[in-house]
Design a protein around this ligand. Structure first.
Ligand code: ATP
Length: 234
């Protein structure tokens, strides 16, 4: 479904991604784990068309999408739930959700997608008119996920969705990712909760200073000594 080939990204002199190749098959959850500054957000932002690659390609459904802007990438069916949520605090819940559906690809299914978001997150349905900035942290995260779903995506990329959430809400959030996967979405998951993230995914990549250091089955990586030492402190 998605292939990233030899991606290199620089911010001025600093190299954030050196030479990254990975792929996502239809319906897979693929986790990307790595230390702070390893390049996880840069990877997501480059796929999403928000950061330009210095070298390499991103291919979606056989189409080269390298260099496409973020609207163009969304129109093809790739949505992201960005780090820090980035919702509009002074707009209501429903207004934020509608903003997720301004794409051409989202128009026809707008009503159906809104119902699905409210079914997935009843809390948002109860608070449709409430200003997004007054929602709790967990509710804001639900809203960010809901907004991504309004874009009618086939691939959803999550950047640190559990950031700032309590352990209970973190569990809930992993449940939501899992149910999206069950309903057929493909998922890229960047998460600090390495254990949960590797348990949930089909496959994973470990990113270290802009390079893929390890890849494989999530549960196998959980048993890998290097992963256990570097990320689990074992
Ligand atoms: P974290 O887990 O801390 O969010 P990350 O793995 O997502 O980290 P990135 O945010 O992709 O890492 O950053 C990769 C490298 O690129 C870091 O060294 C970071 O300082 C640098 N970087 C990121 N954004 C910029 C920018 N806009 N300008 C300059 N350097 C940047």
């Amino acid at each position: 479904m998605l292939a990233v080939e030899n991606l290199k990204v620089r911010y001025g002199e600093a190299e954030a991604l050196a030479d990254v190749s990975l792929h996502i098959l239809p319906g897979e959850i693929v986790s990307v784990v790595g230390a702070n500054g390893a390049g996880k957000t840069t990877l997501i932002r480059t796929i999403a068309g928000m950061v330009k690659a210095a070298q390499g390609r991103v291919v979606f459904d056989g189409q080269d999408i390298t260099g496409l802007d973020s609207t163009g990438v969304c129109e093809l069916g790739i949505a992201q739930v960005p780090e820090g949520r980035q919702i509009f605090p002074s707009l209501s819940v429903v207004e934020n959700l509608r903003l997720g559906a301004t794409l051409r690809r989202a128009q026809a299914d707008r009503k159906q997608n809104l119902s699905r978001v409210y079914e997935t997150f009843p809390r948002l349905a109860e608070r449709q008119k409430q200003l997004a900035g007054t929602l709790s942290g967990g509710e804001q995260q639900m809203l960010a996920i809901g907004r991504a779903l309004m874009a009618n995506p086939r691939l959803v990329m999550f950047d640190e969705p559990s950031l700032g959430l309590s352990p209970i809400l973190t569990e809930e959030m992993f449940g939501v990712v899992s149910s999206l996967h069950d309903s057929g979405f493909s998922v890229v998951l960047v998460e600090q909760n390495v254990v949960e993230s590797l348990e949930l995914c089909d496959r994973a990549y470990v990113l270290e200073t802009g390079n893929i250091a390890l890849e494989g089955d999530g549960k196998a990586l959980l048993g890998d000594d290097r992963v256990r030492q570097a990320y689990l402190g074992l």
